[in-house]
Design a protein around this ligand. Sequence first.
Ligand code: HOZ
Length: 427
Amino acid sequence: MNHEKSEALFSRAKTVIPGGVNSPVRAFKSVGCNPIFIEKAAGSKIYDADGNAYIDYVGSWGPMILGHCHPKVVEAIQQTAADGASFGAPTARETELAELVCRAYPNIEKIRMVSSGTEATMSAIRLARGYTGRDKILKFDGCYHGHADSLLVKAGSGLATFGVPTSPGVPADFAKYTLTATYNDLEETKQLVAANKDEIACIILEPIAGNMGCVPPCPGFLEGLRTLCSAEGILLIIDEVMTGFRVAFGGAQERFNVRGDLVCLGKIIGGGLPVGAFGGKKEIMDSLSPEGGVYQAGTLSGNPLAMSAGIATLTLLQEEGFYQQLEEKSAYLEKGLLQVAGNRSLDTCWQRVGGMFCTYFQQGPVNCFADAANSDTETFGKFFRSMLDNGINLAPSQFEAGFMSIAHSTEDLDRTIEAADKSFAAL
Ligand code: HOZ
């Protein structure tokens, strides 16, 4: 495949943008090649600057559950743009999207819109600290909750790829308030809570970890955290930025029937535009300014274009059978991939919840970051490059999840399985 134009665009970008990218994983560093520059996308396909087409399983890292450029989402954005792109003032659309989300998540009684998942988690943490009057927080190794200082401690996603789980630039004085435990290890979490009695404001987690591949919660883990938090006066923050409206309309909380005190959302609720949100019990949310003293604000929060794209997207997700179809497509891909991997007797392990998934290059199962770190990332890189050459766009890291969209056709899935067969053979 010819990538001449992408190569030239990357060289140019590197002169004015650090690493040539606006988010580190996009640089393809851990898969041993240079990034493709994207020109456009439609449905299940994405097209690079050289005119190559790929079946896309990145889906902008999750938001594009309807596929790219769904006509109703495009129309909603265009119509709204004609009335003005931003006012910095309340609009009816914000309330409409808030109502839609509150209906889908019964534990979200009030919600505030922000512009990214990072803003959602950092604001939720501040709120938890303000509400409880406690300073410490607890997160899990390999979970990634955006790039706010207190959350860049033993984080997943790009930090896992580059082997710097805690970023330089995070003062030790901040990091000391962030306790970390092993994902899926309830006993260790309980011990940490006991050792820091009455000091922990919140436990934050991805209910299905999607920034160290795809790691489902072990039976009892989420339930155990819920019980622990209630008993200890700790707020449970469920970060559904990736899983919200993805693994069910009501997210992982609906799927596993465990509810957080606060919930973070993003990605799908913006239909591809920059949106984040955090919400929860009225009593907690009313601690936010202007009702309460915990400050949080944003010029582009509740942006009209983003609200319209979100409303159009969530409306379409409520169509009869949507999640069933997404499940069927994902299960079809799973069956095919397991078969071709099995034919080659490779050490691979496939993990999936609904329309999010990952293939680890190791035997598995993968239950925590230490497990994920055992993967053969070099082989993953070879597999990634071969898939790309065969027209399949996967996330360029062993530690990211793949995403199915409703626009993926059976032909797309068969082509993906065929490409995987060839790519496994070439390893
Ligand atoms: N860390 C993000 C996904 N888990 C990457 C986002 C991006 O590069 O757009």
